[in-house]
Design a protein around this ligand. Sequence first.
Ligand code: ADP
Ligand code: MG
Ligand code: MG
Length: 250
Amino acid sequence: MSQLEIRDLWVSIDGEMILKGVNLRVPSGEVHALMGPNGAGKSTLGKVLAGDPEYTVERGEVLLDGENILDLSPDERAKKGLFLAFQYPVEVPGVTIANFLRLALQAKTGQEVSVAEFWQRLQEALKLLDWDESYLTRYLNEGFSGGEKKRNEILQLLVLRPSFAVLDETDSGLDIDALKVVARGVNAMRGPEFGALVITHYQRLLNYIVPDRVHVMVDGRVVTSGGPELALELENRGYDWVKELAKEAR
Ligand code: ADP
Ligand code: MG
Ligand code: MG
């Protein structure tokens, strides 16, 4: 069975330590949520998983099926089956969505994907997202609204069918429709061969994606974990009590 495991991860930027010993394990077949107050380091963790060169890994490992991926390029990570939605946030003029997806799929699988297979995946995904085929001929993210970018991200998820996905929904300011699109995509992927870490500040998204586990990060560490009820508790009680937990643990 495959899993994504983060072991004692310490990360700094500009000499300032942001992640201070993160431990987290997401087994295949499960969807985990990472929550926490603003500034806790959630997005930093997402970016480090994506291989953002701005951050310095001081210590620790990120193991995908037991193999440390921290020395791999973002593309190599994708080949190992990791999906990082924020890996391609840029506008790519001149590359249509359909072409981008086909190239990304070929890069990921390392071989030619038959046109028939590709189109079948695409059609299924479009149907699930209730998205018109005409979007496929638009250029990647060019002139896309926030909601369309999100839908495009989830389209990628559904076509690439990675074994692990890391999605950061913290700062996106999405409306309910866009959140539902994310949820539909993640829920469609759910199964024994798929695991996900969904990063989110608000409980709202977790009404649509019911997580198997919830982890709470405060000040660069996971301070507590629990079942889906933990997200509801955070919604009701706020984050002050977990901040106290973090202080006590120090
Ligand atoms: P969260 O996603 O939990 O809100 P972040 O990972 O965005 O938290 O930020 C964690 C801390 O790291 C914050 O104090 C933030 O100011 C700092 N930080 C994150 N990215 C940078 C950066 N590129 N340069 C300087 N500080 C950063
Ligand atoms: Mg933030
Ligand atoms: Mg964030």
